[in-house]
Design a binder for this molecule. Structure first.
Ligand SMILES: N[C@@H](CCC(=O)N[C@@H](CS)C(=O)NCC(=O)O)C(=O)O
Length: 210
């Protein structure tokens, strides 16, 4: 979103494998000790900088700040928010658990692998159906819903899925990847992520860092 909107920003790495998310300096901005969080030093008011945690809240905040990537028409806005929250409450947590039980759990638990695998496959099918209806993007025009969902499709191979089984998701994935801002966003901290991963295997299922 920062790349797409062209907002000037500075990336502050938080190494969650070293516990940086529990440092007092970060907890001040993100009381749930999770990445991502942002601090807006240009919040349009005198005084303290404004912090936002939770990716969905951050995306809505930035969409409202810039007036971009979230429609103002109530129906279109509702649809974009539905799919944003579909990711925040569904795809993100379920794919996170699927990756954990598939790749990182010290014990292979067939019940957990099946439960989360089935749910992630179901969610990919739901997304495929939505994209079959809407065409280019999840909620009509390109929006913060696409931005939120994309990183959890990037991890499809680690999730044990093939995009060939979800042709509309596959098409959308190609469209997303071709966006220069998306490419730029995916490159953020790539070098330090790779170095960290080499040092402290295993990586998180989401392959994420801030
Ligand atoms: N619902 C949160 C989830 C954030 C989240 O789970 N972040 C992970 C990295 S992908 C994290 O910070 N993990 C740190 C930890 O588990 O201690 C959001 O969308 O912002």
């Amino acid at each position: 979103m920062l790349m797409e909107s062209g907002l000037p920003h500075r990336v502050v790495p938080v190494n969650i494998r070293q516990g940086d998310q529990f440092a007092a300096g970060f907890t001040r901005w993100s009381p749930n000790n999770r990445i991502p969080a942002i601090v807006d030093h240009d919040a349009g008011e005198e005084g303290e900088p404004l912090s936002v945690f939770e990716s969905g809240a951050i995306l809505i905040y930035l969409a409202e700040k810039t007036g971009r990537f979230l429609p103002t028409d109530p129906r279109a806005r509702k649809t974009a928010l539905e799919w944003l929250f579909w990711q925040v409450g569904g795809l993100g947590p379920m794919a996170g658990q699927n990756g954990h039980f598939l790749l990182y759990a010290p014990e292979k638990i067939p019940y957990a692998i099946r439960r989360y695998g089935d749910e992630v496959r179901r969610l990919y099918n739901v997304l495929d159906g939505q994209l079959a209806r809407t065409g280019a993007f999840v909620a009509g025009d390109y929006s913060i819903a696409d931005m939120a969902i994309f990183p959890w499709i990037v991890t499809h191979k680690a999730q044990g899925l093939s995009l060939a089984d979800y042709p509309h998701v596959q098409r959308w994935f190609g469209t997303m990847r071709a966006r220069p801002a998306v490419t730029a966003g995916m490159e953020v901290l790539r070098e330090s992520r790779t170095l960290t991963a080499k040092k402290d295997e295993p990586r998180s299922a989401a392959g994420s860092a801030a």
